[in-house]
Design a protein around this ligand. Structure first.
Ligand SMILES: Cc1cc2nc3c(=O)[nH]c(=O)nc-3n(C[C@H](O)[C@H](O)[C@H](O)COP(=O)(O)OP(=O)(O)OC[C@H]3O[C@@H](n4cnc5c(N)ncnc54)[C@H](O)[C@@H]3O)c2cc1C
Ligand code: SF4
Ligand code: SF4
Ligand code: SF4
Ligand code: FES
Length: 698
């Protein structure tokens, strides 16, 4: 047997004559990325991802098609090679017509696999839905109730039925149902690693860090200044939006995983960060934004702090507010204070210095407050607060505002209108104008700070102190529960990497290619034969009960309603998102999908085949399917058609995929390096009841 001897990355290797440089490198255990190369098929060298440098050659060569030769000296990795691979990927992506993940999932700060769990609900697989949900979210029942649902704004149903899928209501439904089950599907604690993590703050960020760290087997102790866990979810958000039983059931999951709770214990007075670092292998700081911003006007001390008011009500008190209450602010705390005060029997007026459109809270909260009789006045700011005589009644002097230039937040700045002062008489003023992070303690312990919170590495959430990580409102300033949950998960991954001696890089996020704006023809391809379907409404509590109790307003979807709503999902995103070579290598080589933006191919879909779906805009012309079909002696098979930009794989004579691939469809889908030919997920079609195909769930 004739052999050749060559050197790859400084190592000698002997291989049979006829082998390629790629074969030779692999025999040495050297990995070279490939995309168009399919084991067992003749190379076509279409993608150039496998390029290497041969000593003496002026240009790089594709190793999959380069015969190994005696005396060859090959380099498989260098800055030039990496740059060439990145460019090769960017060129492939420049005209790619596909989207890796569904637009809803792309908008969820926690990256929940929305089409995945929604499909499982529709299929009646609630345990599996919980597994998918828990992969990205702790507290999914809570988030289903309070999350502003950025995902729903991105839902493709919005382009079609005007109303996105009720995603939050669906993960709430799955969770409520799971909690009520005899044997709920819950995550399991990992095998004990012997490592100990201290978590300061048992709000959503700290609870989530514990939720994932315990699954890795690390012991977690949560220290919190409040008597009970939950942070602002318990002491801020009122019961009519988030019943305590629902929150407690989710905290119980963390408890059952083995967390230790050290409540009513304050960092700063009961322990120091130095002590925590001495006694633990890592620390997570999730202290939130607990300080209430002041009104910044004369007499501000006479105002009640919104979060203080909500905390007292959450602890079972019923503060005496008098008859008339003025709430100042336009965010969640303002709406929650106003609606809580209404439930305590007061007449309530909210004053906000901008307009309705600039309010930083959910519009349904504003509408809910108005329905309950809360009066709202816009473009009004406080100037002075004083007592009326010696009694409890107050006089609030206000000023009218108009909107000026945009400020740093992108909202138009309110500007006072001269000589527009007027008086408001009331019994109580509640200041709900924002929360801030207590940074003094962190600074004292040597932590670096930003202008609004603790400074961290964006990807890993590591602080400047080794082994100390931080996330949630403590880093972002007063923000959203879902972002605190996302931060807890990122920190848990980084801390696990730190504890197990790996490089601390945070969770791996695969590159995601989005589908650039589509025209009508492409819309039609996306929506196929999908029927219009109105969003399933959620039952709500009657007004009389609302105002006389703190009972939950949103009563949640029933089983049938949840299934009907889940069936509205179009299962967007790519069927091969988890196994696509193009996406994987684009991540590894940090390819910028938009570097060579130009005309892209059209999005089209052939879903006539019972086993596979074909989307030509994702094809990279590796020819594998054409050759597999030929080897399988398909009668029609596939061929490359068209010219230049419009070249693509197609069934000859304009026949459909079901005619072209009678035997080899599955093999073609398995070999396809992208999602161009993919096994049907079986989601949208068979659940909708057509039952006409042998679709499989992958
Ligand atoms: C009234 C109100 C309504 C809201 N409504 C919504 C909503 O509808 N949707 C939404 O997404 N978000 C809402 N939010 C925001 C959301 O609650 C927060 O973004 C989220 O709770 C932040 O989580 P966290 O874990 O970072 O901090 P937190 O929830 O604030 O938890 C921090 C924890 O750290 C503890 N702690 C602080 N300092 C110390 C210390 N020195 N020692 C020991 N423990 C300490 C605190 O006691 C607390 O338990 C609302 C917030 C408020 C105040
Ligand atoms: S084929 Fe790959 S790169 Fe294209 S959309 Fe699918 S997963 Fe993303
Ligand atoms: S239809 Fe389903 S998968 Fe598509 S964007 Fe909406 S929720 Fe996401
Ligand atoms: S956590 Fe919020 S943004 Fe994410 S899927 Fe649920 S409702 Fe949507
Ligand atoms: S050119 Fe070698 S894998 Fe594509």
């Amino acid at each position: 047997m004739a052999t050749v001897r060559l050197k790859i990355d400084g190592r000698e290797v002997t291989v049979e004559q006829g082998k390629t440089v790629l074969d030779a490198a692999r025999s040495l255990g050297i990995s070279i990325p490939t995309l168009c190369h399919i084991e067992g098929l003749e190379p076509v060298a279409a993608c150039f991802l496998c390029c290497v440098q041969v000593e003496g050659a002026r240009t790089l060569s594709p190793s999959c098609a380069l015969p190994a030769a005696n005396g060859m000296v090959v380099t498989t990795d260098s800055d030039d090679i990496r740059a060439a691979r990145r460019t090769a990927l960017e060129l492939l992506l420049s005209d790619h017509a596909g989207e890796c993940i569904a637009p809803c999932a792309a908008r969820c700060p926690a990256g929940l696999d929305v089409p995945g769990f929604v499909y499982e609900i529709a299929a009646g697989q609630n345990d599996q839905a919980m597994k998918t949900i828990f992969d990205r979210l702790s507290l999914p029942g809570t988030l289903g109730r309070v999350c502003p649902r950025l995902c729903e704004q991105g839902c493709r149903r919005c382009d079609y039925d005007h109303e996105g899928l009720a995603i939050g209501a669906l993960h709430r439904h799955a969770t409520d149902r799971n909690q009520a089950a005899d044997e709920p599907a819950l995550p399991r604690a990992g095998e004990a690693s012997g490592k100990r993590v201290a978590i300061v703050g048992a709000g959503p960020a700290g609870l989530t860090a514990a939720f994932y760290l315990l699954q890795h087997g690390h012991a977690c102790t949560l220290f919190d200044a409040h008597p009970k866990a939950g942070g602002m979810l318990r002491y801020g958000i009122p019961e009519y939006r988030l019943p305590r039983a629902a929150l407690d059931a989710e905290i119980d999951v963390v408890d059952r995983l083995g967390a230790t709770f050290r409540m009513s214990t304050r960092w700063g007075s009961d322990f120091s960060l130095t002590e925590l670092r001495r006694d633990h292998d890592a620390v997570f700081l999730g202290i939130g934004a607990q300080l209430s911003s002041r009104l910044r006007c004369e007499g501000e001390d006479l105002a009640y702090s919104g979060i203080e008011f909500l905390r007292r009500v959450a602890e079972g008190e019923s503060p005496d507010l008098g008859h008339s209450v003025v709430v100042i602010g336009g965010g969640n705390t303002a709406m929650d204070s106003a609606r809580t005060a209404r439930r305590l029997g007061a007449e309530v007026r909210v004053l906000y210095r901008r307009t309705r459109t600039e309010m930083p809270c959910l519009m349904e909260e504003v509408e809910g407050a108005e329905e309950e009789g809360v009066g709202l006045e816009f473009l009004v700011a406080p100037v002075r607060l004083a007592r009326q005589g010696n009694g409890h009644a107050l006089t609030l002097v206000c000023q009218r505002m108009e909107l000026g230039e945009e400020d740093d937040s992108g909202r138009r700045r309110p500007v006072p209108i001269p000589d527009s002062e007027f008086e408001v008489r009331c019994d109580t003023v509640i200041a709900a104008v924002g929360q801030a992070v207590d940074r003094s303690l962190a600074e004292h312990e040597g932590l670096e700070l930003t202008g609004w919170g603790l400074a961290v590495d964006e990807k890993t959430l590591a602080t400047n102190l080794p082994g100390v990580f931080a996330g949630g409102d403590a880093v972002l300033g007063a923000d959203l529960a879902v972002r605190a949950v996302a931060a807890g998960r990122i920190a848990a991954t980084s801390i696990d990497q730190h504890l197990t001696g790996q490089p601390v890089t945070g969770p791996e996020e695969l590159a995601a290619i989005a589908l650039r704006p589509v025209d009508d023809e492409e819309q039609a391809a996306i929506f196929r034969d999908i029927e219009k379907a109105e969003r399933v409404p959620t039952p709500t509590l009657g007004m009389e009960q609302r105002l006389s109790s703190f009972e939950e307003i949103d009563q949640g979807l029933g089983d049938e309603q949840a299934r009907a709503e889940a069936l509205r999902c179009l299962s967007c995103g790519c069927a091969k998102a988890g196994g696509c070579g193009l996406r994987r290598w684009a991540t590894v080589y940090l390819a910028d999908p938009y570097r060579f933006l130009g005309r892209r191919r059209r999005f089209a879909r052939d879903d006539t085949h019972p086993e596979v779906v074909y989307e030509p805009g994702k094809c990279i012309m590796c020819d594998a399917c054409v050759r597999i079909a030929a080897e399988a002696s398909e009668e029609l098979g596939l061929s490359i058609t068209g010219r230049g930009f419009d070249v693509s794989v197609a069934v000859p004579f304009d026949a459909s995929m079901s005619d072209g691939l009678r035997h080899a469809a599955r093999r073609c889908a398995e070999a396809c390096p992208t999602g161009a030919i993919a096994l049907r997920t079986g989601r949208a079609c068979d659940l909708a009841g057509c039952g006409g195909c042998s679709a499989e769930t992958t």
